[in-house]
Ligand binder design. Structure first.
Ligand SMILES: Cc1cn([C@H]2C[C@H](O)[C@@H](COP(=O)(O)OP(=O)(O)OP(=O)(O)O)O2)c(=O)[nH]c1=O
Length: 190
C-alpha cells in the first residue's frame, strides 16, 4: 500500500466534495464513531480541535488520515447539531441579527503517525430573521443534523448578510488550511 494512500475520516458528503475541489479523491472514506459530547465549560476552539483530533485518531489506516470538525458558537456557547425542529428554531432565534463564530478544524495524521492540525475561524452575520423567515427556512429541512441549525451551502445563504472567513470552512472543510496541511506533510498537491 502506498504511503500516499489518503483516508477521509468523515461521513460528511460535503467534506468529500470540498476535497475534490483541491483535485483530491480519498482512497477510502472511514467515518469515525466518537463521542461528540462537549466537556463541561469546554471552549469552542478547544472542542473543534479535540473533535478533529479524536476523529483522526479513531481511524487506523495506511498512509494519511484527514479529519475535520465544524462547530457553531455563540460566544462561549457551543450550539448543537440540531436533531429536532424546536432545537433548530432556538438556534436561529439566537443567531438572528447577530454575528456568531464558526470554527472548523482540519487534522492530518501522516504515515509516520505524526499529527498536525489547523483551526479556521469564521464570523457569520445573519440578518434579523422574522418568525416567517424562520418558519420558511425550517420547512426546507436543511437544518437537520447541522451544527447551529443551518447550512450555508443551501437557502441559509440568502439570510446571511456577510461572512468573514471562508465559505468552505463554514461548510465543513477549510480548503486553504487543508491544502497547506497536506503540502507541508509532503502530500503531492498542486
Ligand atoms: C454551519 C454549517 C454546518 N454544517 C454541518 C456540517 C456537519 O453536518 C455539521 C458539523 O458536524 P461535523 O461533526 O463537523 O461533521 P459530520 O457529522 O457531518 O461528519 P463527520 O463527523 O463524520 O466528519 O454541520 C453545514 O453543512 N453547513 C454549515 O454552514
Amino acid at each position: 500500500m502506498s504511503a500516499l494512500h489518503l483516508t477521509l475520516a468523515s461521513a460528511s458528503p460535503r467534506r468529500r466534495d470540498l476535497l475534490a475541489r483541491l483535485g483530491l479523491t480519498a482512497d477510502a472514506i472511514s467515518p469515525a464513531d466518537i463521542d461528540e459530547t462537549p466537556r463541561s465549560a469546554e471552549r469552542p476552539r478547544d472542542y473543534a480541535l479535540r473533535m478533529g483530533a479524536e476523529k483522526a485518531a479513531a481511524i487506523s489506516a495506511p498512509g494519511f488520515v484527514l479529519a475535520g470538525d465544524t462547530v457553531v458558537a455563540a460566544g462561549r456557547r457551543i450550539l448543537p447539531k440540531t436533531e429536532k425542529e424546536s432545537e433548530a428554531r432556538a438556534c436561529l432565534e439566537l443567531l438572528s441579527g447577530r454575528r456568531h463564530t464558526v470554527l472548523s478544524s482540519v487534522v492530518l495524521k501522516a504515515p509516520d503517525g505524526s499529527v498536525k492540525a489547523k483551526l479556521s475561524e469564521n464570523i457569520v452575520r445573519f440578518k434579523s430573521l422574522s418568525p416567517e423567515e424562520i418558519s420558511t427556512y425550517l420547512a426546507g429541512n436543511e437544518w437537520r443534523g447541522k451544527a447551529g441549525g443551518y447550512a450555508i451551502q443551501g437557502a441559509a445563504e440568502g439570510l446571511i448578510q456577510w461572512i468573514r472567513g471562508s465559505h468552505s470552512s463554514v461548510m465543513g472543510l477549510p480548503l486553504y488550511e487543508t491544502r497547506a496541511l497536506l503540502k507541508s506533510a509532503g502530500f503531492p498537491i498542486g
